[in-house]
Design a protein around this ligand. Structure first.
Ligand code: GCV
Length: 707
């Protein structure tokens, strides 16, 4: 072989081996611990798997890929369970019927019964349950758990576990920071990109069972036949992974693509149009999940255009989809430019009177907080206030206000903080999680969704650590009792390595990252102070936008006296929308946890904080602490050079440097601006701003992504 060919070959192989992040948490690298490897080899030496469905085929294939990588042997499959070491079977006779009962439709059980020669049994009531069991089994191996005596019973706590893609038909992604949309509408339905399959594998591996393909700022074109055929192609490929497809419905579609003069939900022609449209969809995609609707929000059309209510709109669609057993997910993210009331209160005011009027196949999807996916936000007052309506959780996985594609911010602590918050709706302990999973009000229909951070970047999420947020969303939708720590550890072990010291270091880095971001962006309860439009970087000075509640000045209310939004009875009284016991936590400025202080109170610059510092000094301290913690993240990351592959090490190193620079930008721009009100110096012990306030105000980012 010529030297040139040899070099090319070497290059090719080094490329193939490179950790570009494409494999996500399904890397399946060889088990390095020799003893464990021997056990895993023995326990998987022969595998029986029964059933022939496409779901079972997928499970087999995943075992093949997984075991080939992890233990280096292509598994031998048979349908004869008696002698197999690993027995994968629906409704296994080795498991008591009562145990199967707790698994429901999608749960699984992995057990080593104390007889029958100690095989491992994976069983479930459905093929989908078996697939989840197989993914879990592979996760045990990847995270190097003992499989000597297994007894795992796992069933999802939420029925609907969805990704919401804000992907447009032209492949741009609203608030997307990882390239363009992974859906190549132009080449669909004929061309099925391997990425679609790998997306389905990863998504199913964490228990997600539905995907809304399109942006909530919807385009009616997706409901036309040529596009529905493309949607069908995706649905056909996702079905074997237990993933249903959903679409966003533009409320004015009957006018835009149906030729009608109105989209009034009480008009019989409009009702017929939707019925026919849904018949058409279900003819192509018999298991189509349903419709997600953003209506009368931020300029989107809706039933209020015809003086009808949100319930009128949702119920009209719900009736049309009901014969197909589909559902309607109606978003509660509404606020109006005409209403002078605090934006915080508007969704509650609009939706609570509608409780009990929605059809049984409607869920109302509520963002975790009442403003908009802020770095820290109290839980939305709607949770616990609409007991007759299933409320679905909407988290943001894409990092619109949370560092976009350049900051390492692990979001599980944010998700958990909200899910674990006490609404007191049915007495102490009625957490948001219990409202959302349906247990508080016995809603069989329940769910949790996350706005996807996925794009066509080679590593799917732009920032390599963005993958952890996709992972965390799925794991928490499956089991909201998992801790942020457990999820981080699982993800690190699968995505990087099982080296204990590395796992510890990376966990610390991830677990502290959300609090760092809060400090350098929005400390002490500040919120919505980002720049206009693209929302990239700070813009607390913005006060000239048409709609008052789009202006940062509306939210921070800084003046010569102090800063913060008074939402107590002497202010907007948004607190009155919470259960009195929940409100009591924030109501009194003396006891209000400081992380929510400026969210609920307008506080004097000289107010003494718990630390003994004045509010102004505390603000300076927090902004600097945020920057310092990013400096620490950089330092700690650099220590890991020898333990992390070169490609991802270098990528994250560069991104952390960028994050450090951006954290300083946030700090300096915000402190300089707030200083114009406090009229106090930034204490000398802190690094002083590198530029003037005018400089920060002059910065422009016309092509910032995601806008
Ligand atoms: C899809 C925020 C975002 C918008 C987004 C909207 C929503 O306002 O900035 O891009 O639109 O939330 O959730 O509907």
């Amino acid at each position: 072989m010529r030297i040139f060919q040899l070099l090319t070959l070497l290059l090719f192989f080094s490329d193939v081996q490179a950790e570009d992040g494409y494999r996500l948490w399904l890397r399946y690298d060889r088990i390095s611990d020799k003893k464990l490897l021997a056990t895993y080899l023995q326990k998987t030496a022969s595998i029986s798997i029964t059933g022939h469905s496409t779901v079972i085929q997928v499970a087999r294939k995943e075992l093949e890929i997984g075991l080939k990588g992890l233990v280096g042997v292509k598994p031998k499959f048979s349908t004869q369970s008696a002698s197999a070491n690993l027995q994968i079977e629906k409704v296994s006779r080795l498991i008591p019927a009562a145990d199967l009962l707790q698994l429901g439709e999608e749960g699984f059980l992995i057990r080593t019964p104390h007889y029958s020669g100690n095989p491992i049994v994976i069983t479930a009531n459905s093929d989908r349950g078996l697939l989840y069991g197989v993914f879990h089994f592979l996760r045990l191996l990847q995270t190097q758990q003992s499989i000597a005596q297994l007894n795992i019973v796992s069933a999802p706590k939420m029925k609907l576990r969805l990704l919401n893609h804000w992907d447009n038909l032209d492949r741009t992604v609203e608030r997307g920071y990882a390239g363009f949309s992974i859906w190549n509408w132009h080449t669909l339905p004929d061309y099925i990109d391997q990425r679609y399959i790998d997306y389905a594998r990863a998504t199913a591996s964490i228990g997600i069972n539905g995907t809304v393909l399109t942006n909530v700022n919807a385009n009616a074109t997706v409901l036309t036949l040529p596009y529905l055929q493309k949607v069908k192609a995706l649905a056909d490929n996702f079905r074997p992974y237990g993933i249903k497809v959903y679409l966003t419905a533009r409320f004015s579609a009957p006018k835009e693509i149906g030729g009608l003069k109105t989209a009034d939900p009480l008009d019989s022609q409009v009702q017929d149009w939707w019925k026919k449209k849904l018949n058409e969809i279900y003819t192509l995609i018999p298991d189509f999940g349903g419709l997600l609707v953003k209506a009368n929000s931020e300029g989107q059309p809706g039933p209020q255009d015809y003086k009808r209510s949100h319930a009128d709109g949702a119920n009209m669609l719900a009736e049309a989809i009901a014969p197909h057993k589909g559902i309607v997910i109606w978003r509660a993210f509404v606020y109006s430019a005409e209403l002078p009331d605090d934006r915080h209160k508007q969704a509650f005011t609009e939706f609570v009177p509608l409780d009990g009027t929605f059809r049984s196949n409607v869920l109302v999807q509520v963002k975790n907080g009442a403003i908009d996916f802020m770095p820290r936000e109290p839980f939305h007052p709607l949770f616990g206030a609409m007991p007759k309506t299933p409320l679905m959780m909407e988290f943001q996985v894409t990092q619109e206000y949370l560092g976009q594609g350049t900051h390492l911010v692990y979001l599980a602590p944010l998700f958990k903080e909200c899910l674990d918050s006490d609404t007191y709706a049915k007495g102490k302990g009625t957490t948001v999680a219990k409202i959302v999973d349906g247990t508080a009000d016995q809603h069989e229909l329940n769910g949790l969704a996350g706005v996807a951070n996925i794009g066509n970047d080679i590593n799917w999420t732009g920032h390599p650590f963005g993958q952890a947020n996709w992972y965390a969303l799925g794991r928490l939708a499956w089991d909201h009792q998992l801790s942020a720590e457990t999820i981080a550890e699982e993800w690190i072990r699968q995505s990087f390595s099982n080296d204990a010291a590395l796992v510890k270091e990376l966990s610390q880095l991830m677990l502290s990252s959300r609090e760092s971001m809060v400090n350098y962006m929005n400390p002490i309860g500040l919120h919505h102070i980002m720049a206009t439009g693209h929302h990239y970087g700070p813009g607390p000075w913005v006060g000239n936008l048409n709609r008052p509640e789009w202006n940062p000045t509306y939210y921070h209310r800084a003046d010569s006296v102090g800063i913060g939004f008074n939402r107590t009875a002497t202010g907007s009284n948004a607190l009155s929308q919470y259960h009195p016991q929940a409100a009591a936590v924030w109501k009194d400025p003396v006891n209000c946890p400081e992380e929510y202080f400026l969210w609920f109170h307008h506080v004097s610059w000289n107010h003494k904080m718990k630390s003994g510092k004045t509010l102004w000094e505390e603000l300076c301290y927090r902004y600097n602490a945020g920057v310092d913690s990013v400096a620490m993240m950089r330092k700690n990351w650099n220590k890991l050079e020898k333990k992390i592959d070169e490609q991802r090490f270098d990528q994250v190193k560069q991104l952390l440097a960028l994050q450090h620079r951006e954290a300083k930008w946030w700090r300096d721009a915000c402190l300089l601006y707030f200083q114009t009100f406090s009229r106090q110096p930034i204490p000398a012990q802190y690094e002083q701003p590198a530029h003037t306030l005018d400089y920060y105000k002059s910065l422009r980012f016309p092509y910032a992504p995601g806008n």
